[in-house]
Write a protein that binds this ligand. Structure first.
Ligand code: ADP
Ligand code: 5GP
Length: 191
């Protein structure tokens, strides 16, 4: 991928339920230069999710065909489903000077950093495992089986945070959003 240093590449990762989607929405509401990359996934839509807004929901054969055709900037199997970032749209946004936000898992974050070393990687940490579990349960979006997988994966995902450029604890939401905004503003000054 030809990644020109125009807009920033900002990766937000966390274990499932860590709050990265919530933080992403607030960042975009406060900063119109930030656009979110919409991923493709083979996961089934949750109630209220819309294709083209939350994800592009695709079948496994379609996803595999896209991998083969090299349509993804990065892709990974996460919590037993496939997820990938379409490359074409990202390049177009960066060329326009937009800062592209990737709300993706730690495997994807690693690939983006490898392909674009100037990418800004921010890891969102829940205050504790107990709080993470409470938030995931409170979201009421996952089956008991999916919850089990996500909580089990959270244990190794938490360890991956040490490879990120920044770690932000998502205790009070407004504080976490402020901290991520400050990190982005500092990075813009360097660009
Ligand atoms: P992720 O995208 O990382 O899986 P979400 O953004 O969906 O996580 O957040 C998981 C749940 O926790 C949601 O119901 C969200 O409203 C809630 N949440 C997120 N951040 C906080 C916070 N700081 N305090 C309390 N609840 C939060
Ligand atoms: P969810 O099913 O909760 O929407 O997402 C599950 C996990 O997959 C989250 O960690 C989310 O950030 C991650 N994810 C979403 N899109 C992508 C993507 O395009 N690539 C990668 N690697 N992970 C993704």
């Amino acid at each position: 991928m030809n990644v020109k240093r125009k807009g920033l590449l900002i990766v937000l990762s966390s274990p499932s339920g860590g709050g990265k989607t919530t933080i992403a929405h607030q960042l975009m509401a406060k900063d119109k230069n930030i656009v979110r990359s919409i991923s493709c996934t083979t996961r089934k839509p949750r109630s209220g999710e819309k294709s083209g807004r939350d994800y592009f929901f695709v079948t496994v054969p379609k996803f595999k065909a896209m991998v083969k055709a090299k349509k993804f900037l990065e892709w990974a199997k996460v919590h037993q489903n496939f997820y990938g970032t379409p490359a074409h749209w990202v390049e177009a946004q960066l060329k326009k000077g937009k800062d592209v936000l990737f709300v993706i898992d730690v495997q994807g974050g690693k690939i983006i950093k490898h392909k674009a070393p100037h990418a800004l990687l921010v890891f969102v940490k829940p205050p504790s495992f107990t709080v993470l579990k409470q938030r995931l349960l409170g979201r009421k979006s996952d089956s008991a089986e999916a919850l089990k997988v996500r909580l089990s994966d959270a244990k190794w995902e938490m360890k991956e945070g040490k490879h990120y450029d920044h770690r932000v604890i998502n205790d009070r939401l407004s504080h976490a959003v402020k901290e991520v905004r400050k990190i982005i503003q500092n990075e813009r000054k360097k660009a």
